[in-house]
Design a protein around this ligand. Structure first.
Ligand code: ADP
Length: 245
């Protein structure tokens, strides 16, 4: 379905379909400890996009021939559930989910001390239970919180958000309606992930953008990531406070 509600008003001002400011995130909800059987877990919701991550490990890697004696392995499995979107989708893994699983590993690996876990594996299962775009970012945010909740040593959390361009206007955290925007230059989607001190661990680009605007979009995402990072930290702190009670 293609919608074209984003428009330029006669005043020349660009309006997002849900009325957000260009640098405004969707409402966020985050909580850790949501899957009791896992070693660590988290839920991260951004508007109507909801991701749950569950961490198992570090544990001995099986089969043995997959073990790396030099360092541990981070193994992420991203799954967009068939009920997460309105249209029917084929259940189970596909090329897109395999790509996003790999991307998620690359986004998270730079903050993990995998050398401390030779021959072991850390499994991270990411389930998208509702999708309204930005699911890889929500998944990475949930995964990073779940890893911290599992007590896996990390240099920092990883925070992910997508920047984008709708025709000529830069915006943050695109929803599905915006991803389908077709006016002028159409949509550009740039998912990015950052360490706590703002270093990029992952960046993708779907669409067209000039180098100058790309630089601006990255800075916008970096600022938004700071807001998300605070919410991730608060969720982790709240769980510790909850344990003390
Ligand atoms: P992301 O969810 O990280 O933005 P994509 O850009 O691949 O990843 O997908 C954008 C959005 O398109 C998803 O969040 C989801 O809402 C929708 N989508 C993706 N794949 C499908 C599918 N197979 N069927 C229906 N909707 C889909």
């Amino acid at each position: 379905m293609t919608t074209k509600k984003s428009e330029t008003k006669s005043s020349g001002k660009f309006e997002r379909p849900d009325g957000r400011k260009v640098n405004e995130l969707r409402p966020i909800w985050a909580k850790v400890g949501v899957v009791p059987n896992a070693d660590g877990s988290a839920i991260y919701a951004s508007g109507d996009t909801i991701a749950i991550a569950a961490v198992y490990g570090p544990k001995q890697m099986h089969p043995q021939h997959s073990q790396n004696p030099e360092k541990g392995t981070l193994r992420c499995t991203y799954l967009m559930n068939s009920f997460s979107v309105n249209e029917r989708i084929k259940p189970g893994p596909n090329r897109r989910s395999m790509e996003i699983s790999k991307i998620t590993e690359w986004a998270l690996e730079p903050v993990l001390m995998l050398k401390d876990f030779p021959s072991q594996v850390i499994d991270v299962h990411i389930n998208i239970i509702q999708a309204d775009a930005g699911t890889r970012c929500a998944g990475i945010n949930a995964a990073s919180m779940a890893l911290a909740h599992a007590g896996v040593p990390m240099k920092s959390l990883v925070t992910s958000v997508s920047a984008g361009k709708l025709d000529k206007t830069l915006v943050i955290d695109l929803d599905k309606e915006e991803e389908d925007f077709e006016e002028g230059e159409g949509p550009t989607d740039i998912p990015l992930s950052f360490t706590g001190d703002g270093k990029i661990t992952h960046m993708q680009l779907d669409g067209k953008i000039s180098p100058a605007q790309l630089k601006e979009a990255v800075e916008m995402a970096r600022e938004s990531a700071k807001e998300i990072h605070k919410i991730q930290v608060k969720a982790l702190k709240d769980s510790v406070e909850g344990d003390k009670k």
